[in-house]
Write a protein that binds this ligand. Structure first.
Ligand code: HEM
Length: 284
């Protein structure tokens, strides 16, 4: 099976033109197999989660009943981005699956919405949010190794509670960042190949080989996103993760969830910081 389709340029050069769209089915079927495999594994083999030591009563008293997890701005970014992403997947792949329609205009418009929302997110996360909260730290890596050793039957200390984001969410964010940047950057250049009211068309901006590689990268990242988005929606709907999905709608998680899954010393809440300041002020 050829993964890439080639053509001969007017100069007799063999150049890639795009991915083979069989890959779209590979991603969709592979994604589905993963979801089914995961659901069976959880039902039949997964051990119940261990509950690490509870936090002190004094610390627990500083945690509000509703712990803010996502600001309104972050939630709006998430939902605008997800609508754009689904529109891009539908407009890109439904015609390839045989339901032909004039998809290109809808596609680049959704592409621009996604691009603007990503630019907004980068600025928002860099200057208003805790930029480092979404990157794995030393404890995540150590705990990842501990989890792996315990899952493979070896002795290892129990992993600790998470900071704001669990390790798997951080890894997912990193992969989606790479694929998202690949489709948006290539997509923006590809807009120069088609007629839009925004850019003057210039298909000679790059040579055939560069255009071909750009279409291939766009297509590869695009099919990768089929699997990634399937997994994302599946986990968002799983009963044990649904509390996180609800936080993406309403903005907060309950105190009980926070205390069970998160380490208050790694995800330090404003209320805890204030209580600590008051306590150290009173001690002076
Ligand atoms: C989820 C994200 C995306 C997916 C899955 C996706 C998928 C695709 C696919 C499969 C194609 C056909 C490529 C080919 O024929 O080789 C395509 C073309 C294209 N995409 Fe995307 N894309 C995404 C994001 C974007 C973004 C963000 C933009 C613009 C900012 C964009 C703009 C374009 C353009 C201009 C074309 C070329 C249409 C043509 O040459 O006829 N795409 N996309």
């Amino acid at each position: 099976m050829d993964l890439i389709e080639f053509a001969t340029s007017p100069w007799g050069e063999t150049v890639p033109i795009h991915i083979s769209f069989v890959l779209m089915w590979v991603a969709a079927i592979g994604g589905l197999a993963f979801l089914i495999g995961h659901a069976i594994w959880v039902k039949m083999f997964a051990k119940p989660a261990e509950h690490p030591a509870p936090v002190s009563k004094e610390l627990a008293a500083t945690i509000p009943a509703k712990v803010p997890r996502h600001s309104l701005a972050s939630r709006m970014f998430h939902w605008i981005m997800s609508v754009a992403m689904l529109a891009l997947l539908v407009t890109a792949f439904v015609p390839k699956a045989g339901y032909e329609f004039a998809w290109v205009t809808y596609h680049w418009i959704a592409g621009l919405v996604l691009t603007v929302s990503i630019v907004y997110h980068i600025i928002h996360a860099s200057f208003w949010l805790d930029f480092w909260a979404i990157w794995p730290d030393k404890i995540d890596i150590e705990d990842g190794k501990r989890r792996w050793m315990r899952a493979t039957g070896k002795d290892a200390p129990a992993p600790r509670k998470f900071a704001k984001y669990p390790m798997e969410n951080k890894l997912y964010h990193f992969v989606i960042l790479l694929t998202g940047l690949s489709v948006t950057i290539t997509g923006l250049f590809m807009m120069k190949r088609i007629r839009t009211p925004i850019f003057t068309r210039n298909p000679y901006m790059f040579g055939d080989m560069t255009w071909g590689l750009m279409y291939v990268l766009h297509g590869l990242a695009g099919v990768g996103l089929i699997g990634l988005i399937m997994a994302h929606i599946y986990f968002a709907l799983r009963p044990e993760k649904f509390v996180i999905t609800k936080a993406m709608i309403f903005g907060s998680v309950d105190r009980e969830h926070y205390l069970e899954h998160h380490d208050p010393e790694r995800w330090v809440l404003e209320t805890t910081k204030k209580a600590n300041e008051q306590r150290s002020g009173a001690a002076v």
